[in-house]
Design a protein around this ligand. Sequence first.
Ligand SMILES: [Fe+2]
Ligand SMILES: [Fe+2]
Length: 470
Amino acid sequence: MAQALESIPNNVDLSSDRRLQRALEQWQPNFLSWWREVGPEGFQGHQIYLRTAVSVEPDGWAMFDYVRMPEYRWGIFLAPKSGERKIGFGDNLGEAAWDEVPGEHRNALRRIIVTQADTEPASVEQQRLLGKVAPSLYDLRNLFQVNVEEGRHLWAMVYLLHRHFGRDGREEAEELLARRSGSSDKPRILNAFNEPIEDWLSFFMFAMFTDRDGKYQLSALAESGFDPLARTTRFMLTEEAHHLFVGEMGVDRVVQRTAELMAQGKDPRKEGAVPLDVIQRYLNQWFTLSLDLFGGEVSSNAADFFAAGLKGRFREDDQPEHKALSVTYRLEVPENGALVEQEVPLRNAMNEVLRDEYVKDCQRAVDRWNKTLQRSGVNGVSLRLPSRRFHRGVGPCATATFDPEGRLISEADYEARKGDWLISEADRAYVRALMHPVHERAKVASWIAPPGKGINGMPVDFEYVKPPDA
Ligand SMILES: [Fe+2]
Ligand SMILES: [Fe+2]
């Protein structure tokens, strides 16, 4: 159970470690200044109907109530220890999981944790202006829910850094508050987290595709032999599910609105909605940017992380075996202007193995959106995932140019046609022009269908966000 009155709610018995508690209490005001400086702009005094993690009990972990965001109770919660946990994969398969960081894996673990941690505040920074143009109070609340929980995920990672990495860890924790999304001198670590998110279609695509990369990274870390990392990421995944829902259903509602207009023979552009080809370009852009987050197709780092027991596969338990030795993985890579098949040791293909799971999951969501199109009476057109070779900035496919079907094409061809495939300046300007705040109860912007149901059993037109003086 959480000790809810402590200044930092936690289930890690923080009060028994005075040094650690003091260090985190010193970091806390820095976190709050960061939140006020680059967190959601313009709503810090509003009362938001938010979910707060208060324990790790499966059916009582969350509490819903009105909260002012700076007063949100960011806590540290690790999933309960499951008996004598053993390392489930790699060279140390079957050995006892580690409660402390093994010296030989210290640098790798620090790098893994910092890279994950950096994405959490980055996304809050990217989304800080969106509240001003939210399409409904329901969406406004969901945005802030995602933002405060990304803040909590930063806390989760900073706890590991402070608790397990000594002075280096404390320095990393400071750096996490010093980097800024999109900054030229201190950017966030990963590319997709430096892209601006200025409109809600981008936000939904980000929550759908980029946060979903997070789900797979966290799932791989939830298998880690470093038990505190495994337990904290397990609990983060509970919150993450809502973020993915916000993204997938957000896009679904945009598709639904467009489809309803098309079915009536109307032009979405004339009705203040988003044309299907623009939705497709946003999808192409965010899906491919997010593919890069998995890293290169062939990676010795990925092999080392797996061998050491630091980062497993998605649902490692379901794998037929856990050493991944003497097995190979086949993939196609560009070489001298042609695609050639390459066979690599499975361990070196772990990034690609994780990406496979991710792509399947994304395809499932695209199928849902296409069902929405059909159900609304639109036939003969559909959305599709581009090939994973298209528009890559990382890995062998980044060395050549491909069309969305994955065919090798010349650079000149690519340049000539990329306006059909990726978000253009005109698209951006069009979508941005649709962004007007709808902050009245029971109303929703012209470009998106209302949600099917409300949050936590509340009605769709519930007052999810109240002004400061209400
Ligand atoms: Fe997160
Ligand atoms: Fe998230």
